[in-house]
Design a protein around this ligand. Structure first.
Ligand SMILES: Cc1cc2nc3c(=O)[nH]c(=O)nc-3n(C[C@H](O)[C@H](O)[C@H](O)COP(=O)(O)O)c2cc1C
Ligand code: SF4
Length: 440
């Protein structure tokens, strides 16, 4: 299990119970657990949704969609049952926050999902946990069993007359099932490939019923918002970006780990102060700020606020909160190759631009990095990525294309330095040459 890190600038809301034994329900209750769901039952659906809108909570799964607005799209009346799904598939490289939430505070996810269910009139909740997180699935299973044993789930919860069942489901290990419609296919027992949209899940989701799907961190934030009030939560962040988020620092920083900071926190400060800067006297080269699927920022671009809007203005995304830091001893071409190998491997193969595009990029980058590159490869890689973007069935194609576009645009000189049979300029660096590149 992961070691917890800490920094004085942290504002601990979602992580407030970490390291306090809250995976046990009695301890969770001592730490104000299950108070928010009782309050939510008294508030009623409309007031809960209004509180979420006031909080400016935006989805922590990647897209940053406003949570209150998402819940308000669910029709009040429905002939089919409604559902709430927790997306705990967490597979985006560089992202490792949901695993800490499941490990330290699984009841917060359950309670948040229960509140979401009350808000939209659903009576069934599914907590979907990534296949590789087997050990966390056991923690979630135990937490659900504890909640049932206390009578908090099932019939007539807290004497309110509201019935609410909570189930768990383990994935089989595929990045693609983190995509919301593929997750629903997987939950229905089918192959995890995405669905055509519209209709959107809020109207036609799991088994055809109206469905809310939210990331585990989004849902774990909900009980805190209900207890502290939407406005107070919103005030922690910046306009349109309420509260905190868990930033996962990895790569070349002295103190990697997961830090909870207000939205709008400065990225440069995050790297140099919170995460202790770049070790071994090396310099910063680039940052991939929102999980491996987003365009990188160069060292000159890191004096920027970490919120959804500022990142978009800078041509990248806050994404899943995975901040990957690369020092000046890193070969960008090799990093691009490692990135594309992941997406090529995880492409479900259904649509051509993604299936063929990731394969061609992998082949080109492999040859290129091995000294077999020709000048026109550089523009060809850009051309391939440009033709994938926005032309695939689900956003995995974009996720594969965007980082490549960023690397080629911002580090063209480094690609050129690999041309004409020259060996990788970083090949002699022991840390780099030791890095394996996944093969199939
Ligand atoms: C290929 C792909 C993988 C994704 N993986 C995840 C994931 O592991 N966890 C997650 O919460 N969202 C993931 N998403 C985003 C979900 O589709 C969805 O937007 C999210 O669960 C909504 O929750 P939120 O509004 O709370 O962010 C992924 C999207 C794509 C396209
Ligand atoms: S974009 Fe990729 S992952 Fe998504 S449907 Fe097409 S082939 Fe599958």
């Amino acid at each position: 299990m992961a070691t917890l890190v800490s920094h004085p600038d942290e504002v601990k809301i979602v992580t407030s119970r970490f390291g306090k034994g809250a995976a046990n329900i009695d301890r969770y209750i001592e730490l104000d657990g299950y108070k928010a769901v009782k309050k939510a039952l008294e508030m009623g659906a409309d007031a809960i949704i209004q509180e979420m809108k006031t909080s400016n909570l935006r989805g922590r799964g990647g897209a940053g969609f406003p949570t209150g607005m998402k819940w308000s799209f669910v029709p009040k009346e429905s002939a089919k049952p409604k559902y709430v799904l927790c997306n705990g598939d967490e597979s985006e490289p560089g992202t490792c926050k949901d695993r800490l939430i499941f490990e330290h505070d699984p009841h917060a996810v359950i309670e948040g999902a229960m509140i979401a269910a009350i808000a939209v009139g659903a009576h069934k909740v599914y907590i979907y946990v990534r296949g590789e997180y087997r050990v966390l699935l056991e923690i979630v299973q135990k937490a659900i069993a504890e909640a049932y044993a206390k009578g908090f789930c099932g019939k007539n919860i807290f004497g309110s007359g509201y019935d609410l069942d909570v189930y768990w489901h383990g994935g089989a290990g595929a990045y693609e099932v983190g995509e919301e419609s593929a997750l629903m296919e997987s939950l229905e027992g089918k192959r995890g490939i995405p669905r055509i949209r519209p209709p959107f899940p809020a109207v036609v989701g799991l088994w055809g019923g109206p469905t809310v799907i939210n990331n585990a961190e989004t849902l774990a934030s909900v009980p805190h918002i209900i207890l502290m009030g939407g406005q107070k939560y919103a005030d922690v962040g910046v306009p349109r970006n309420g509260g905190t988020r868990l930033f996962c620092l990895s790569g070349h920083v002295a103190k990697p780990g997961v830090y909870e900071l207000p939205l709008g926190y400065n990225l440069k400060k995050l790297i140099y102060e919170v995460a202790g800067g770049i070790p071994k006297g090396h310099k910063l080269k680039a940052v991939v700020p929102g999980g491996s699927s987003v365009p990188c920022l160069t060292a000159d671009e890191v004096d920027i606020a970490l919120d959804f809007d500022s990142m978009m203005k800078a041509g990248t995304f806050l994404g899943s909160g995975g901040v990957i830091v690369l020092d000046d001893h890193t070969c960008i071409v090799k990093f691009a190759l490692r990135t594309i190998k992941f997406y090529r491997h995880e492409s479900c193969g259904w649509c051509i631009p993604c299936r063929e595009g990731t394969d061609w990029l992998d082949k080109t980058l492999t040859r290129f990095h091995n000294g077999g590159g020709v000048a026109k490869d550089i523009d060809n890689m850009k051309y391939l990525a440009d033709n994938m973007l926005g032309r695939t069935f689900c956003p995995l194609g974009d996720a594969a294309a965007m980082p490549i576009q960023g690397f080629v645009k911002k580090f063209r000189a480094e690609f050129e330095a690999h041309l004409d049979g020259r060996p990788c300029p970083f090949a002699e660096h022991p840390a780099i040459s030791a890095l394996p590149v996944l093969s199939h």
